[in-house]
Design a protein around this ligand. Sequence first.
Ligand code: ADP
Ligand code: MG
Length: 373
Amino acid sequence: MPEKNQDYGKIRELLRQGIELQASGKKEDASALYEEALGILGSYYARADVFRKERIKRQMAGLQKAIDGMKGNEKGVNSSWKGGENIIKELGLTITHGEGPTMNQVAGMDELKKELFLKIVYPMKFPELAEDFNVSSGGGFILYGPPGNGKTFIVKALAREIEMNFIYVNPATLMSQWFGNFEKNISLLFRASKLLSPSILFFDELDSLFPSRDRSQSDASRRGVSQFLNEIGGFTSGQGNPVILLGATNVPWQLDEAVTRPGRFDRLIYVPPPDRSSRESIVKNFMSAVSRKGEIDYSSIGEKTSGYSSADVEYLCRHACQNVFQRAIDKSGDDIVTTSDIIKAMSVIKPSISAETVMRYEKYRDLKSGTSV
Ligand SMILES: Nc1ncnc2c1ncn2[C@@H]1O[C@H](COP(=O)(O)OP(=O)(O)O)[C@@H](O)[C@H]1O
Ligand SMILES: [Mg+2]
């Protein structure tokens, strides 16, 4: 029947325009178009047979929800943010928005950056599209890998990049500061992160929250931990409150099994030590802020620093620069930093990552690769 097709063509066009307007922040205009579409659907509903009615009713409900959501957002978000901010302050934590290092300051790690966007950022930014491709969103992510290779660093950069409220939690300090109030505070923290959505709730050094079971734990902290597990259980399946749940650890094998169960921190991402070209980039980044430098053979430094963590490489550069600075003060030699200064520093600053260490992480990764995405 031509009339019906015309109706649907019109509805499709209204929705297409509405989505565009919504994406560019024109929520009122978008709402108006959605309401027009809703009107057409309404008249169509009246004419439809009983089977079609069900389907149209569902479409109308979806549309109404989108309209309500946009209206709610306009007045809602900021006032709920205020509430969240107050809770965070009371808990002795800080919340940042759009601060931290930029993704460009994170040297190398190109694969990891792509992975983070594909698994975390895009599903959150484009939920419908993610659904079309059966790409799941939500859940909790753990970054793991040897210390000093940018787990904390890249999460901070991610938070800046996607301009979400970022709540940084270091459980080790929390456990002592929240002594006696741990359970209550954990649930407050989760409530705040929902109020602050879209937000990232990041538990750094996650292992300190879940010491292995054979280590003695006080009753209070055990209760806190089970409270925590309950909270994330309900959390990762929650809809309409986009909160990214992240954790980081240097010792993933020390985490209690309960932590990585489905519905909790069930997605594991390995952050390996920097490869040769990443090490080279870290040196370049560091040296770009040093004006008294000669020719530097970045490629050869990258090659010679196998086994150095990102933090080691940075420390190596800092050490070399301090030495030359000292020389400049003493007037005891060349006062510009060159390749050989950095190479010389390698006799003092040693690599912190052994082949054995890497193997241990890779073994863990292979073990988990069947259960992770
Ligand atoms: N990819 C990187 N690019 C530039 N600097 C890095 C990188 N990774 C680590 N760093 C430097 O090393 C420091 C330690 O890294 P961090 O993120 O704390 O390591 P982790 O959390 O994995 O133990 C950072 O503060 C940063 O200065
Ligand atoms: Mg860290």
